[in-house]
Design a protein around this ligand. Structure first.
Ligand code: NAP
Length: 262
């Protein structure tokens, strides 16, 4: 019999890793930040929010026994991102994991959408992910090790029936391909880059006023007949952050209740 030296549960252990999560003040980013901490990581929590969201995340992480810092950052601002990475490394240690979840969504028919509405969303959802990855990778490349996970969307793969969000869909398709492109640029230097594409997930983004009436539609269109909970994004993120996915790079992991099968 061949001896097995692999300890499979330890593959998911993030003990003593330093992680950065953008969009950590709400929704998917907040829950992933806490999930990484539950697996052992210390987490720098970045968000533009000025309400209690970020401090809630820090409190939840500290309750797990890990360290957390809150940094107010707009992901469209390159200098602030570079500073945030420096502070995360100074306070928590060498950066090993980054999850880029900051994003916005809104809707308007394409023929009426202003240039400003289009550009503002692209600046946050696409340029913000690019700048975040760049700042994070510049630290990780020095250590020769790291895992970056970008939160894209199934809207980067399919077009959501009834939602007029050409800019959002295009931004998410771009995030998926940006992730694959960065994965290939850094594949020989120890950095893995993957994306997660959630389906409809119950978060503040999806409870904004113009969308509330569509929740039932979302549920009926999804093969699993329900929206995801934010908890259901944690396992995929821990998988991609950890050694459990050591041979995965350039992957877009659809977490969509089967949506894209239909
Ligand atoms: P959320 O609850 O609104 O969380 C997003 C967080 O990002 C918010 O705290 C938001 O702050 C912050 N943010 C926005 N612009 C920022 C900026 N320029 N710099 C830094 N932080 C910024 O939304 P969510 O549903 O968790 O979404 C998280 C990610 O998942 C997004 O990329 C979204 O596109 C993606 N996603 C969501 C779903 C879904 O069904 N919910 C499905 C697929 C993909 P403000 O609240 O102040 O804007």
């Amino acid at each position: 019999m061949t001896a097995i030296t692999l300890n499979a549960p330890a593959l998911f252990d993030l003990s003593d890793r330093t992680a950065i999560v953008t969009g950590a003040g709400s929704g998917i980013g907040q829950r992933i930040a806490v999930g990484l901490a539950q697996c052992g990581a210390d987490v720098a929590c970045l968000d533009v929010r000025t309400d209690a969201g970020l401090s809630d995340t820090v409190g939840l992480i500290e309750a797990t026994g890990r360290r957390a810092i809150a940094i107010r950052v707009n992901v469209t601002d390159r200098a602030s991102l570079v500073e945030a990475v420096e502070r995360a490394e100074k306070d928590l240690g060498a950066l090993g994991v980054a999850v880029n979840a900051a994003g916005i969504a809104n809707a308007n028919p394409a023929e009426e959408m202003s240039e400003e509405q289009f550009q503002t969303l692209m600046d946050v959802n696409l340029k913000g992910v690019f700048l975040s990855c760049q700042a994070e990778a510049n630290a990780m490349l020095k250590h020769g090790r790291g895992s970056i996970i970008n939160i894209a969307s199934m809207s980067g793969v399919i077009v959501n029936r009834g939602l007029m969000q050409v800019h959002y869909n295009a931004s998410k398709a771009a995030v998926i391909h940006l992730s694959k492109s960065m994965a290939m640029e850094w594949v020989e230097r120890g950095i893995r880059v993957n994306s997660i594409s959630p389906g409809y997930t119950a978060t503040p983004m999806n409870t904004r006023p113009e969308m509330v009436h569509q929740t039932r539609e979302f549920e009926s269109q999804t093969p699993m007949r329900r929206m995801a909970t934010v908890d259901e994004m944690v396992g995929p993120a821990v998988f991609l952050a950890s050694e459990a996915s050591s041979y995965c790079t350039g992957v877009d992991l659809l977490v969509d209740g089967g949506f894209c099968c239909w």
